[in-house]
Design a binder for this molecule. Structure first.
Ligand SMILES: NC(=O)c1ccc[n+]([C@@H]2O[C@H](COP(=O)([O-])OP(=O)(O)OC[C@H]3O[C@@H](n4cnc5c(N)ncnc54)[C@H](OP(=O)(O)O)[C@@H]3O)[C@@H](O)[C@H]2O)c1
Length: 240
């Protein structure tokens, strides 16, 4: 990051899915750059840092999100950054996809993103500024077999950001989407590795994503200089 361009110093962020994978990486990046983070996840905290506060939240459950925000508002007057990262993936042919797994994906990615974004925006509007970033996937564009629900959820997260971008523009809250390619996490490890290797080989830039690929775009979206960047989706790896 260029000197004097740190967008996290003194900022308060909410990161969903903060305890593992991409969410943990993002949380540690914000903390390392002088920000504070409220991490939302279902499980116990995995991060120990004076500027980190863990909330046991199931983002797929409306009441769980509402009660987390009620608690957060008691200790924190405003929020500067939201990263909607929490996600679950069951890859399966539509005809045999368990309906409970489909429901969990819709509720986590779509209802979770909707609820967290709008509750955070209510806090952001006091200061008339904010940054919302949704973590989507190459699946939104590639639409792979077995990912009917997951891909629909991930493109839906971009749609949520694009419409909220218009609604929140008068409050100077930007909403953007970062669609990532395969990156080594628990989620990726749960998938058939041969299939993933084949997908990665077919990308315009045929390699796995590295943490800095993700953080570079996040830094750009949350930068103070990105006031005029909203309703945009950046796909990593040359996917479009
Ligand atoms: N890894 C990839 O290759 C890849 C590629 C494209 C897009 N993505 C996207 O990147 C994001 C992060 O994925 P990841 O690979 O880091 O996954 P991961 O390693 O499986 O971690 C998922 C995180 O989301 C949290 N989470 C899941 N459901 C939740 C819920 N209902 N409420 C609160 N927290 C919940 C988990 O918390 P608990 O531990 O408490 O359950 C965990 O911290 C997801 O949105 C995913 O779709 C990943």
């Amino acid at each position: 990051m260029l000197p004097g361009m740190n967008p996290y110093e003194g900022k308060y962020a909410i990161v969903t899915g903060a305890r593992r994978g991409v969410g943990r990486m993002i949380t540690e990046h914000i903390l390392a750059h002088g920000g504070s983070v409220a991490g939302f996840a279902r499980g116990e905290p995995t991060i120990d840092h004076p500027s980190y506060r863990h909330f046991r939240v199931d983002v797929s459950d409306v009441r769980s999100v509402e009660s987390a925000f009620a608690e957060l508002r008691k200790m924190q007057p405003s929020v500067d950054i939201v990263v909607n990262n929490a996600g679950v993936l069951t890859a399966q042919y539509a005809m045999i996809m368990p309906s409970t797994a489909a429901q969990e994906m819709f509720a986590t990615h779509l209802m979770g993103t909707f609820m967290v974004s709008r509750e955070a925006a209510k806090m952001m509007r006091r200061r008339k500024r904010g940054r919302i970033v949704n973590i989507s996937s190459m699946a939104a564009s590639l639409q792979p077999v077995g990912d009917s629900v997951y891909a629909a959820c991930k493109i839906g997260m971009a749609t949520l950001a694009n419409v909220m971008a218009k609604e929140f523009a008068p409050m100077s809250i930007t909403c953007n989407t970062l669609a990532i390619t395969a990156i080594r996490t628990d989620m990726l490890a749960s998938l058939p590795q041969a299939k993933i290797e084949e997908v990665v080989k077919g990308l315009p830039l045929p390699r796995f994503a590295e943490p800095d690929d993700v953080l570079n775009v996040l830094d750009f979206f949350v930068s103070e200089r990105s006031d005029y960047i909203t309703a945009q989706t950046v796909y990593l790896g040359g996917v479009n």
